[in-house]
Design a protein around this ligand. Structure first.
Ligand SMILES: N[C@@H](CCC(=O)N[C@@H](CS)C(=O)NCC(=O)O)C(=O)O
Length: 257
């Protein structure tokens, strides 16, 4: 078990996006004492949240046990592991493995998250459909997955983890964005994993964990509280397609003013 803090760690999040669930997944897997400060995405660039994170992005944490406020999910991962994973449940002690875990986390932060995020944006939320932009990010996602596939394929069948022979925080960091892959690429679940059976098995093993299931149950409750469906579309709007049309219409109305 991890060393548990006496005071709950406060996690600031807006429920729809994937990045905050990366942190909740880790807190759940370590069984740490935490509390969620859920708020609306509309307020992410406003006070009081910008007093916590001047960059106006979630997640951010406040740990009263160490008097630390921290944002950027990768930095939060490293902090939680260093401070609370004292029994090395989700990390390694050895010098080499520690740096390999860090490498994969940096790859996730710079190579996975931003490309998936931009693909999702151009696929669904950008007012114009720019196929070349969607294509660029979709290709990069496929390339990132093929890098992971090659690495897992080179490992023994019983060591299908990025570092060493057990799941670490480095593996877990990839889960929330891969969980949204069908939506991001606008493809079926089978299509997104075409040519990547090992990455698929690695991912599906992690989303089967009770800690991930609990995280998604919490998300469903918080989305519901804000009148949102699981995919971020407000209740009452039937399809994502309709939601995209509404966004485009609002953008066009704004341009005319
Ligand atoms: N690199 C940041 C990215 C955080 C991020 O982009 N979060 C999204 C929600 S999933 C956000 O807050 N977006 C606010 C915005 O787009 O204004 C991290 O990993 O913490």
């Amino acid at each position: 078990m991890a060393t548990n803090p006496p005071e709950p760690i406060r996690v600031w999040l807006t429920p729809p996006g994937p990045n905050s669930w990366k942190v909740i997944f880790l807190l759940e897997e370590l069984g740490l004492n935490y509390v969620i400060k859920s708020f609306s995405f509309e307020n992410v660039k406003k006070k009081p949240f910008t007093d916590i994170n001047p960059n106006g992005r979630v997640p951010a944490i406040e740990d009263p046990n160490t008097d630390l406020t921290l944002w950027e999910s990768g930095a939060i991962y490293q902090y939680l592991i260093k401070t609370y994973d004292t029994k090395r449940q989700l990390s390694h002690d050895a010098h080499k493995e520690r740096h390999l875990e860090s490498q994969w986390l940096h790859f996730q932060m710079s190579g996975q998250g931003p490309y998936y995020g931009q693909c999702g944006w151009f696929q669904h939320l950008h007012a114009e459909k720019i196929q070349s932009a969607i294509g660029r990010y979709a290709n990069e996602i496929k390339r990132v997955i093929s890098v992971l596939e090659g690495v897992l394929a080179a490992k023994d069948a019983d060591k299908q983890w990025l570092v060493g022979d057990k799941m670490t925080y480095a593996d877990m960091a990839f889960v929330p964005w891969n969980f949204r892959l069908a939506e991001v690429l606008n493809q079926s679940w089978d299509e997104v994993w075409d040519g990547a059976p090992r990455v698929r098995a690695w991912h599906e093993g992690m989303v089967g964990l009770p800690s991930w299931k609990r995280s998604m149950e919490i998300r469903a409750r918080l989305m519901d509280e804000q009148g949102l469906q699981w995919n971020g579309v407000p209740k009452g709007v039937e399809t994502f397609d309709q939601y995209e049309k509404d966004i485009a219409a609002r953008a066009a109305a704004g341009e005319k003013k």
